[in-house]
Design a protein around this ligand. Sequence first.
Ligand SMILES: [Zn+2]
Ligand SMILES: [Zn+2]
Length: 195
Amino acid sequence: MIRFHDNGAYDANFQREVAVCCPRCKGRAYVFSDDNGWRAKNAALSCSSCGYSAQWNRANPKGPSVGVVKRRCRYCGRWLERKYFGLPHAHLARLRCAGCNTEMREPITWSRRGQVDACDPYFGYPLWLVGEVKGKVFWAYNSAHLSFIRNYVQATIRVREPNRNSSLASRLPHFLLDRKNRSAVLKEIAQLERK
Ligand SMILES: [Zn+2]
Ligand SMILES: [Zn+2]
């Protein structure tokens, strides 16, 4: 009997040290941040294989972002809006009014996008520990996170503290916990642990 005690750990608890694929050499690099997930102000990527390094900070985020331009047409007053996804840039957005065809150039307001699946929450690089079982993907930020998932999948008894509904454990994808996937999931986790 393996007991797993859900103490309400969150994804964010594992986001201070994130294993990613190095954008230069595709080897394993690490992103370290000064706080958990959304509270982090600074993060740094460093790759011990090729020496690549990069800095991230909240005031000037480089990572998955959404840019919005919204204003009234200066000619006819119609509301115009456009959204951009990707890395922030300083170019002006080109807005064309659908009503009167007037064209305007406006600065874009960028903000960070919510967590993108299987990517680090700062730069948005693909995670190193990504597994696949029967066409479905799961991932871990680092080896402690992977162990957490393994312990949870292995457990035959799961004890959850009350009022912890949004804990990491309660939000693990269902296919991971499906009894008939258990051996395939554990095999994949074992493979990731050796990676
Ligand atoms: Zn590298
Ligand atoms: Zn107009």
